[in-house]
Design a binder for this molecule. Structure first.
Ligand code: NAP
Length: 243
């Protein structure tokens, strides 16, 4: 029997990350969910993945804390042996117009959304290099490609992820490690729950609806498992929001 691939998903206990975890579990991967919440809060997500028939483990740590990330990844490797797929998904918003955006608002978003991808990827990639295979997916956003008023910090963090994606794709392609970014548009999750009248947003979208976490998960699964030759790409999954 061939060993199952293991996917590590940061911020994976809910929203887009959790959908991706389920999609990869349904495709036969064992799942490591990271989140900042405690184990009891993440337990329903772990139970749902296990019910699919694969292994699921939870590791609580803050993706913006280099020491916590390093220690957790070393523990994962000693307990499970390998990480084949890394989805850098954890992210936050702290929106505000630029003139009123204070340094704390700027630094927190950059550190959690972009710094985390450095910390987690840096800890994981040496193990992928030894295995001479891996797929890394960074959860960017359409605003990382196109900008958005009120989201200078968030847009910069998501644009930074695209630069990181393309550079790592060039550095690690020869090691058979692929690195891609997914750029969701308006997706219905807790992050967008306070946007107000979503019907107005839907009118702006050629597909005339907001996206679902499952819409994103299908593309993540494609990049993680269904292709061996796509790397360095930033794929918009936004119902045609910006064409
Ligand atoms: P979400 O429902 O808020 O989920 C984000 C998850 O990340 C939460 O479980 C959150 O935990 C966790 N997290 C936050 N800070 C963390 C930290 N320091 N360490 C570990 N985990 C942390 O958001 P989502 O909508 O699913 O978004 C997932 C990703 O997609 C994000 O990177 C987001 O920027 C991106 N995205 C979303 C949309 C959208 O329309 N929803 C569009 C484009 C891109 P807590 O809740 O416990 O803090």
């Amino acid at each position: 029997m061939t060993e199952r691939k293991i996917a590590l998903i940061t911020g994976g206990s809910r929203g887009i990350g959790f959908s991706c975890a389920k999609e990869l579990a349904n495709a036969g991967c064992d799942i490591i969910i990271n989140d900042i919440c405690d184990a009891a809060t993440a337990q329903p997500a772990i139970d749902e993945i296990k019910a699919i028939g694969v292994n699921a483990w939870f590791y609580q740590f803050d993706v913006s804390n280099d020491t916590q990330v390093h220690d957790a990844v070393e523990k994962m490797i000693s307990e499970h042996g390998h990480i084949d797929i890394l989805l850098n998904n954890a992210g936050i918003t702290k929106d505000g117009l630029f003139v009123r955006m204070d340094a704390e608002q700027w630094e927190r978003v950059i550190k959690i959304n972009l710094g985390s991808a450095y910390y987690v990827t840096h800890a994981v990639i040496k193990h992928m290099m030894k295995a001479r295979q891996g797929s890394i997916i960074n959860m960017s956003s359409v605003v990382g490609l196109h900008g958005n008023p009120g989201q200078a910090n968030y847009s910069a963090s998501k644009a930074g992820l695209i630069g990181l994606t393309k550079t790592l794709a060039k550095e690690f392609g020869s090691r058979n490690i692929r690195v891609n970014a997914v750029c969701p548009g308006f997706i219905q999750t807790a992050m967008t729950a306070n946007l107000g009248n979503t019907e107005e947003y839907a009118k702006l979208i050629p597909m005339k609806r907001l996206g679902t976490p499952e819409d994103i998960a299908k593309v993540v699964k494609f990049l993680a498992l269904d292709t061996d030759y796509v790397t360095g790409q930033a794929i918009e999954v936004a119902g045609g929001l910006i064409i």
